[in-house]
Each structure stands twice: as C-alpha cells, then as structure tokens.
Design a protein around this ligand. Sequence first.
Ligand code: NPW
Ligand code: K
Length: 525
Amino acid sequence: MISEVCSDNLSQLPTYLYSAEQTRALDHALITKLYDRGYDLMEKAGSAAFKFIQQQYPQHRSFKIFCGKGNNGGDGLVIARLALESGYDVEVIFATELTSPEKELSETCYLAFQALNKLKIKVQSFDSWKTLQPSAQIQTNKTVLIDALLGTGLSGTVKPSYKAVIDFINAAEFSAVYSIDVPSGLSSDSGMELGCAVHADITLTFIGINKGLVTGNSRNFTGRLFFSGLGTPEDIYDQVKSSTKLLSLEEINTESYKRKPAGHKGDSGRAVFIGGVDGLNGAAVLASEACLRSGVGLLTAIVGERAILPILTRSPEIMVQPLLSDNTVSQITTSLQNAHAVCIGPGLGKSSAAKEAVIAVLKQKLPTIIDADALNLLSENPEIWKQHGHSQCILTPHPKEAARLLNIPPESVNQNRFLAIEQLVDKFACTVLLKGSGTLISSKRNNILVCICGNESLSVGGAGDTLSGILLAALAKSRNALNAANYGAFVHGYAAELASQDGVIGVLPSDLMPFIRLIINKTAI
Ligand SMILES: NC(=O)C1=CN([C@@H]2O[C@H](COP(=O)(O)OP(=O)(O)OC[C@H]3O[C@@H](n4cnc5c(N)ncnc54)[C@H](OP(=O)(O)O)[C@@H]3O)[C@@H](O)[C@H]2O)[C@@H](O)CC1
Ligand SMILES: [K+]
C-alpha cells in the first residue's frame, strides 16, 4: 500500500523515522530475511515506483530517467526496463559519462543495467544527451522526468557534475518531476539541500521514512511525499531501533483535555499569560484568545496597558491586568498563587521588569511555557536558568532563538535540527519544541517527535503567539509538559491546514481560532 505522508494519514504511517544509516540497516535486514540478493529488493522498489507513476500520470507515455551510479540509479534503471516493456517512450540519461559500467556502477545497479541492456536501449551521459538536443528542442510536454540520481547514499555537498544536472532539471519545464526515494541533493538525515536539490512534484520513498524527509527544508523539494513499505514484515523494523518518531494522536494522551460533565471552571485549568507589552500588544491578544479557544477554564492576562482594551473587546472572559513596572515580582507571585500553568514571553520585551518577571515566574516552579523575549532573556542572562530553571518548562524557540540559547550560529541549527534539539534538551533539561517546518519536540535524550502538521500559512507574525496560547491551555489542563507540547503542536499545525482550504496566502493566525476549537472538540475524546 502507498500512503501520502500528511496529517490526514498519520494513523496509517509508520511510527518511526530513520537516518540514512538506519535505512541501510533496514534494507540489509530485509534482504537477508526475504531476498536472495539486493537486486530482488531493487526490482520490488522499481516496480512499485513504476506502477505508482502510471497511476499518477496515466496520460503520460514518455519518461526521461536521470540516473546516478548507485542503487538509487538502479531503481531508475528498473523503472526504465518496465516502462520500455510496457511500450513507453524512454530515455535513460546518466549524470556522468559511463565508460566501464561494471566498475563504475554499484553492484546492484549493475545488475539492473544488464537487465535493461537486453532491451538494447541506448544509455547516454547528460553531456552528450544535452549536446545532441539543445534545450529548446527537449520534449518536456507530457513527459515525466524521473529523478534517480542520488538517494540515501549522498554524502557531502553535491559534486559539480551532478549539480549541473540538478540545475537543468529545476530549470526545465517537464510536466512532472518524480523523485525516487529522496529528491536528489536533499540530505535524508537533516532535510537540508546539500548545495542544491531537485524540486520534485512527487517523491515516493520506500521501506522507512527518512527523518530528513519531514523537517528542515524538505517540503521545498519533495512535493507530495508518498511512502511504500514494500511489504516489509514488522519484525524487520524491530531490528533497527530509532529514537525519532512521527507525532500522531497515538503519542498524545488526550484524557486530561476532556471536560467533565459536572466539572467546574477550575477543572479546565487556570492559566496566566504574561507578555504583550506596548508596541507588541497583538501577541497578547492572539495568545489569550487561542488559550480560551483551546478550552482553558480561567485565564488571567498580565499585559501592557494598551493590550487591555483589545483583549477585553475580543474576549471579555479574560481577567486582564497591566504588567506593573515597579512591583512586578509581587504582582506575578500573587497572580500565580492558584495557577496551574503560566506562559511568559510573547511580546514581553526585554526591559528590567521583563527580566524580573521571568525570574519571578521560574521561582514558582509551575508548569511554564517560555517563548520569544523570555527565551532571549535566558540567552542574554544564562544565570537566570542556572539558578531557577526547572524541568516543568516548555521552551519554544524558533531556529534563531535556538541558536541564541545554544550560542551557535543559526545556520548550525538549520543544518541539523535533530542535533540542535538534543543539545537544547541536554542544556536545559526540560521539554523543548523547536519550531519550523517539521516541528521537533523532545524532553529527553534519544527521544524526538516530529510534527508534520502545519503548512506555510504559519510563516507570518503572530503564528508563534497563537501556538503559545494553545500550549498554555494544554499545559494548564494536563500539567504534563511533553504531552502539552505534543498536543499543542498537533492542534496548531492541523488548524493551520484547515484554515488554508482556500490557499495558504493571507491566512491570519486569528483565522485559526475556530479550527483550534474544532480540532480540540474532535480529538479530546
Ligand atoms: N539497499 C538496497 O538494496 C536498496 C536501495 N534502494 C535505493 O538505493 C538508494 C541508496 O543507494 P546507495 O546506498 O547505493 O546510494 P545512492 O543514493 O544511489 O548514492 C550513491 C551514489 O551517489 C554518489 N554520490 C555520493 N555523494 C555524492 C555527492 N556529494 N555528489 C555526487 N554524487 C555523490 C556515489 O558516487 P561515489 O561517491 O561513490 O563516486 C554513488 O554513485 C536508496 O535511496 C534507494 O533509492 C532501493 O532500491 C531499495 C533497495
Ligand atoms: K532521487
């Protein structure tokens, strides 16, 4: 069975995600158990890929198959043979010159090459193919380009000869670009392009889903991502332990989010939000409303003066007070007396009152969400966390905030989000939610969840504030930081998808509110 890797299919997808090395171990275990040779598995992968292309593009009878010299290229050669046997018009183009196939191709790829050779098809190198057909004459209409250049075996920056091919593919206007296993050039470990990568319309990946296909920049390249387990038996997966999981509702205990029929407001969680000072008032409005729509029982918002009126106008249910600049500590200590959870940071600013507020909050040792400016205050004043940090916190950095917390350049976070979250968890010993496409959540070493819900509608100001509000309600109700982080990320991302039904552009974080409510009512059962 082939399933699309998307929020609607989470229950059908495998639980674990794998590194390139782990995928190789899975392949090896599978070949040892079920097949005589790696080539039989390649036949299976190629055949699944060919059938899927036929299904996706029934009108297209022309394939241009770009191959590398490893097993990813071998998959392409199997597709080429099957397509020729089915009467398709096929061209096979190797990225570089092939002078001695037996020596240059991987062992398994060479077997696929020999099988294809029996059909007497001419295999060309990219350079000679390009010379013979100036780009103006290259037939792209009704032609599917199959990208079998590089798969999980890519290491280091893409070599110039391959980059030239990838640049050509991205510039040409084929009807569709279909990547086998991984868009060539994308790291299947980090989700970042290694110099360049193919922009696919569809990617079909096999056996295990690579971690790099669901986070980082992967969505810029994979197009729609599909997965086929190729009938791999369950016990093969038991042989390769992964510490990274796909976040689905099965990972979340939604029991605490239910309403008791005879419950009262305190049972639904008492929460306090601190932030939204003047100039940044909107953060408080969005976070407060998202918190209410996420079902919190009672919310107090301690905010800048100018946020009071808009908050009360939108949501008179909220108890609002101005954040005092001269008596911050006692104000916060009093407000938190009966609270189940607190969120500090969105629109907080970095004034001395803000710093005092962060310390006062941490001293209470309550379940706490630390976001935005509160994170920056921790970066600039590391002694605050050293003295007052605790494990019931959720830190919610975006990559730049994460870089500041770790005192490393932002590129280092982006190049390896999985490593960055491990370092954050090591350093802060609490739950961390690393924002970005394919949100990562972790509360202990060797245990990372990847949330694939959400889309580019969230790349606007205010999206993070809305997430903070959802997390605050979840934390006030569950009082379990990891569970609340998982649920909050799921609800926020999925609400963004539902709010984007007419397109992702122009969706406002405030548009998410009815969908937040809808998802919580549907899932907290
Ligand atoms: N295992 C199995 O049985 C099955 C595996 N399957 C398939 O195999 C794929 C994995 O195959 P793989 O391990 O052979 O690696 P692959 O992705 O083809 O890359 C190796 C090639 O890339 C090259 N290369 C590397 N770095 C480079 C760079 N920076 N820039 C440029 N080139 C670079 C490298 O060249 P070299 O460095 O050796 O000169 C070598 O030629 C997997 O994704 C799936 O599609 C399926 O058929 C199921 C069965
Ligand atoms: K590929």
